[in-house]
Design a protein around this ligand. Structure first.
Ligand code: RVP
Length: 494
């Protein structure tokens, strides 16, 4: 008695938010939300786990703006864990595990460390972690012999230090009083246990909404697959300090995925596990039953995705989000609407349908902070953007031809390139400049929608109503009957 053909599903272009009585002005709307049970964000935006979207730089930029970056997994587990570390160290109230060197390291070694972690200097310690000195830009600037040992160049102890447990205000006072940029934290035995830098204070003023953990470090998420390798990878990422792991597959309503979610939620304390992707209520329920702290929804809506045409499979994204949200809302598990977002208005619609956050690929791939080179074609700047199921990503020539993500499309066992069956394409997207500007426009559009809905919070917006529209309605929605002569910052000429 199951119907062979279900009623139509809706996507972004099929619906509009219905305006309602409102006391909310856009600037007064509160965009705070959760990406998973225990992880709160100031804005509901997550950058896609794709190799042309999220590496360290994007993850840092997203977290500073109050969102979250999900580091892609098309690289070795060690390299991905290093990126997690880089984000966790990039800016912090206090770095609990600072990068250090020994006195016998060379100038070249330290310069390498500083470049890798984008820092300006490191404390020098002995084998017992006792603080011997510090070496910073100031000590290195006028030295041109890269083989000189650190012990000859560093500013040796005694240094200005602070005891463990010092408050942020007291630390800032010390930095000011002694006109120093780095304040090592030492225990009673003189062993280094942390580092506070002036840069961190400047940044926390500059980014008041940044997504931070209990120690003031930026939040970061990372993608993993399924199977033994993925579990080992997940452990490495957890050791590196990752806050959220996303079990990242094209079909999350699958026994292996449910097992991975169950295992990781049981084994990794303090890390939220998001499962996906699914596109139905039953899929969401299965992930929730397996222990997922968040559910990622989207089968086929992505701008670079060909799953719907190659495999003939999917659910239009607004219906997918709504159906899945019926399971998620009942369980108190946040839903990530992943893929298909082209305009800020689509973020509004995704949230009304039941999402707590959205994941963005194409809208962010053009940011300065996205990986990949700028290419200029006929005078217009572009950045490359490719599906993780594209031939290019599955071949992964950039990383020596080892694909770490073809299992996302169930093709881990395919050894010959010619036998791969892609579910994505390789393309490019206009260069869009600073992430902060892009996010400003996206959040501005979201706030406008909240004003129209009379929604003070994201939760309120989830209670708003959508109306199905016709193709005439869609035509009316876009600029029409005029020739657009300039691009707006949030709308490009078609
Ligand atoms: P979009 O924002 O529409 O560009 O979609 C991004 C999403 O597309 C990703 O978060 C992911 O779920 C999906 N994706 C990534 N690669 C592929 C593919 O090759 N099919 N799909």
């Amino acid at each position: 008695d199951r119907p062979k053909i279900l009623p139509p599903g809706y996507t972004f272009d099929d619906v509009l938010l219905v305006p309602a009585a409102s006391k909310i002005i856009p600037s007064g709307a509160v965009t705070r939300t959760r990406v998973s049970r225990n992880v709160e964000l100031a804005i509901p935006l997550v950058s896609a786990a794709m190799d042309t979207v999220t590496e360290t730089r994007m993850a840092v930029a997203m977290a500073r703006l109050g969102g979250l970056g999900v580091l892609h997994r098309n690289l070795s587990a060690d390299d991905q864990a290093r990126q997690v570390e880089q984000v966790k160290r990039s800016e912090a109230g206090m770095v609990t595990d600072p990068v250090t060197c020994g006195p016998d390291a060379t100038l070249a070694d330290v310069q390498q460390l500083c470049a890798t972690y984008r820092i300006s200097g490191v404390p020098v310690i002995d084998e017992d972690r006792r603080l011997l000195g510090i070496i910073t830009n100031r000590d290195m600037r006028f030295e041109d012999d890269p083989s000189r040992p650190v012990r000859d160049l560093m500013t040796p102890s005694p240094l200005h230090t602070a005891p463990e447990g010092i408050s942020g205000d007291d630390a800032l006072t010390l930095l000011r009083r002694h006109k120093i940029e780095k304040l090592p934290i030492v225990d009673d035995a003189g062993r280094l246990t942390g580092l506070i830098t002036v840069k961190d204070f400047v940044k926390s003023d500059e980014f008041p909404d940044a997504s931070r953990d209990g120690q003031g470090r930026l939040l970061v998420a990372a993608a993993v697959g399924v199977g033994d390798d993925a579990i080992a990878r997940a452990r490495l990422l957890a050791d590196a300090g990752v806050d959220v792991l996303m079990v990242d597959t094209a079909h999350g309503h699958n026994e292996d995925v449910l097992q991975a979610v169950a295992l990781l939620s049981k084994q990794l304390d303090g890390v939220d596990i998001v499962g996906g992707n699914i596109a139905t209520r039953a899929g969401a329920q299965a992930l929730i039953d397996a222990g997922a702290d968040g559910v990622r929804v989207g089968v086929g809506p992505g701008s670079i995705c060909t799953t719907r045409v190659v495999a003939g499979t999917g659910v239009p994204q607004i219906t997918a989000i709504y159906d899945a949200s019926l399971a998620c809302a009942a369980a108190g598990v946040p839903l990530v609407g992943d893929g298909g977002i082209q305009y800020s208005g689509d973020i509004v619609k995704a949230i009304v349908a039941g999402a707590s956050t959205v994941m963005l690929g194409s809208l962010l791939a053009g940011a300065k902070e996205a990986p990949g080179e700028l290419v200029v074609i006929n005078g217009e700047p572009f950045k490359t953007y490719r599906g993780m199921g594209s031939l290019g990503a599955m071949r992964n020539r950039e990383r020596g031809g080892t694909s770490y993500s073809k299992d996302r499309y169930g093709q881990a066992d395919v050894l010959s390139e010619r036998e791969l069956v892609p579910q994505g394409i390789e393309g490019r997207t206009p260069f869009r400049g600073d992430l902060a500007q892009i996010v400003h426009q996206l959040v501005g559009g979201l706030r406008a929608g909240m004003g129209f809905a009379g929604a003070a919070t994201i939760n309120d917006l989830q209670d708003a109503q959508l109306m199905q529209i016709t193709s005439a309605g869609l035509k009316e929605s876009h600029p029409h009957d005029v020739a657009m002569i300039a691009d707006a910052p949030n709308y490009a000429r078609q």
